[in-house]
Structures are given as structure tokens and as C-alpha cells.
Design a protein around this ligand. Structure first.
Ligand code: CP
Ligand code: NVA
Length: 320
């Protein structure tokens, strides 16, 4: 069992599948109002160097539903913003709380926090990865299709943190992933190399690659990625921290959008996912976001259930 969740690639398969399984159960328990306080008396520190609605509220509500407590920390009112080193913050927080969640810019900062913290560290989004989102995405896909293996996900847009974590999560889960990214906006080369290697080791995974298509495919045309897809996924053209590139990106990403035409290329029972927040009229149309195929609000809800399962696993160190 792992101590931290930093990326999905480094998250052991056993933990990955247990979290998804436990999340389904926790969701059912929550719906019946039979919550058990498995994290009673436990605390989570949440460091946010970027904005958040879903991540902050779902972690905070999740801790409270499990009988624990979450502490929101922003750089502007902690010593982090005044330059206290990560290695010092990590060791100090480890003396007070049972886990630390970090949303920040560089992946290396989260890795350093994990190195120095004696408690679990959870990556709540960096420029390179967003593993918690993908746990919720896979939970949503599993709910909608009753399985993961052999499905095809088409990702249309920026090869950003979402794309990187989706590649890692899909490879682990046996979901084929076809990404349509404009030239110059490909996913992280290290992630693509990992996927190639992991795929070789996982020939038995059941993904459709055996039928002659690569399980991880990078193309330039959204229509090609969307063909026959079960899941259509997109994310913003300009992520947090890229605000100055907004105008340039609006030009480069034109056409990289989920709209009715793209939905028509996918399987008729396809679902549309978006990690949110969305920019209607850019990466997704209002029609696609609000339409019959959209599962974005179930997806957003599932952040809560997936993270409760993750918190239980990492904090208690066992599969409940
Ligand atoms: N999807 C997601 O992480 O949303 P927030 O930025 O609101 O946390
Ligand atoms: N790619 C987006 C995801 C937001 C949840 C960003 O990093 O801003």
C-alpha cells in the first residue's frame, strides 16, 4: 500500500482498484444515510495555491461526513506565502494532522511535500497532474457502463494535467484513450512514455488495442478521436496559471470543442465529461454540456465519493 497519491502512475494498482470499489460502496452508504465515522478525530490540511470549488468542498465535506475535520490553508494567510520552505511546512503539519492535500503549480513541490511529510500527501492538482479528478471520472464511467475495460475515451483539447492523468488512469483501467490535441499542446512526453511501457506490461488488460488499435492514440483531428467513442472528455483551453496565453490559445484551439457534431461521431449512448469549470462556447457548447449525453454533474458529485474512499485508505492504512 502506498503512503501518498502523487500521480496515478505511481499509485499501486491494488490501491487504485480498491478506491474505485470502496467509492461505489461509500456512495451507496451515503445515499442511505448510514454514514460511519471511520475518520473520527482525524484531520486533513488542505493547501491551495490555486483556486478551487469542487476539490476544496468535496474534500472538506468528505472529511466531515467521515467524522473528521479539514483545515483550509491559503498562502496569503499562512507562512507558506511568506516563503517558509516546503520541507519545513511538511514536517510541521505532519505533527498536527493525519493527511495533507496540496493544490499547487509544480509537481516537484507536491513530491517534496511527500518526501518530508510523515503523513499521506494527496495531489489536489498540479500543472502536470490531477489524479483525484480521474478517480472520480473512472467511478462515473463505471457507473454509467457497468465496466471500464474495453471502453474508448476521446479527449479533445489541451494535453494538460487532465490529459496526463486521464492517460495514466485509462491505461490502468484498461480504457482505450484517443487524444486530439493541437500541435504544440501534446501531453507530457514522460506520461506518454510511461503509457507505452505500461501497455506492454498489460497486454492482458482487455483494452481494445489487441484488435489492432493502439490503446493510447494521439491525433490532430477531434473527429478522428471521437469516432466510436464511449466517453467524450474535454477541459479548458487555458488552465490556471496560463491566463496570459488566453488569446493565443483561443486561436490555436479553435475547433477543439465537444459539440453536437462530435457527439454524432461517438457511440449513440456515449457520455460527455468535463472536469469543470467549463467555458461554454470554447471547449464545449452549452448544448453538449446540458444535453442528454452529459454526465458532468454526476462526475462532479463523484469527487466526493472517490475522495472519501481515498482518504479512508491513506489515513487508516487499510481497506475498510
Ligand atoms: N475539477 C476541479 O478540480 O474543480 P475545482 O478547480 O473547482 O476544484
Ligand atoms: N486544466 C484545468 C483543470 C481545472 C480543474 C486547470 O489546471 O486549470
Amino acid at each position: 500500500m502506498t503512503k501518498d497519491l502523487l500521480t496515478l502512475a505511481s499509485f499501486p494498482d491494488e490501491d487504485f482498484f480498491k478506491v474505485l470499489e470502496r467509492a461505489e460502496l461509500l456512495k451507496a452508504i451515503h445515499a442511505r444515510g448510514e454514514e460511519r465515522f471511520t475518520l473520527k478525530g482525524r484531520s486533513l490540511a488542505m493547501i491551495f495555491e490555486k483556486s478551487s470549488t469542487r476539490t476544496r468542498v468535496s474534500f472538506e465535506a468528505g472529511m466531515s461526513q467521515l467524522g473528521g475535520h479539514a483545515i483550509f490553508l491559503s498562502p496569503s494567510d499562512t507562512q507558506i506565502g511568506r516563503g517558509e520552505e516546503i520541507r519545513d511546512t511538511a514536517r510541521v503539519l505532519s505533527r498536527y494532522v493525519d493527511a495533507i492535500m496540496v493544490r499547487t503549480y509544480s509537481q516537484e513541490s507536491v513530491e517534496e511535500m511527500a518526501k518530508y511529510a510523515s503523513v499521506p500527501v494527496i495531489n489536489g492538482l498540479t500543472d502536470r497532474h490531477h489524479p483525484c479528478q480521474v478517480l472520480a471520472d473512472l467511478l462515473t464511467i463505471k457507473e454509467k457502463f457497468g465496466r471500464l475495460q474495453g471502453l474508448k475515451l476521446a479527449y479533445i483539447g489541451d494535453g494538460n494535467n487532465m490529459a496526463n492523468s486521464l492517460i495514466e488512469g485509462c491505461v490502468k483501467a484498461g480504457v482505450d484513450i484517443s487524444l486530439a490535441c493541437p500541435e504544440g499542446y501534446d501531453p507530457d512526453p514522460g506520461v506518454l512514455a510511461w503509457a507505452k511501457h505500461a501497455r506492454r506490461e498489460r497486454r492482458q488488460s482487455g483494452a481494445r488495442a489487441e484488435a489492432g488499435r493502439p490503446a493510447v492514440e494521439l491525433v490532430r483531428e477531434p473527429e478522428i478521436a471521437a469516432a466510436g467513442a464511449d466517453i467524450l472528455y474535454t477541459d479548458v483551453w487555458a488552465s490556471m496559471g496560463q491566463e496570459s496565453e488566453k488569446a493565443k490559445r483561443q486561436r490555436h484551439f479553435k475547433g477543439f470543442q465537444i459539440n453536437q457534431e462530435i457527439i454524432n461521431r461517438a457511440n449513440p449512448d456515449c457520455i460527455v465529461l468535463h472536469c469543470l469549470p467549463a467555458h461554454r462556447g470554447e471547449e464545449i457548447t452549452d448544448e453538449a454540456l446540458e444535453g442528454a449525453n452529459s454526465a458532468v454533474f454526476d462526475q462532479a458529485e463523484n469527487r466526493l465519493h472517490a475522495q472519501k474512499a481515498l482518504l479512508e485508505l491513506l489515513i487508516t492504512g487499510r481497506y475498510s
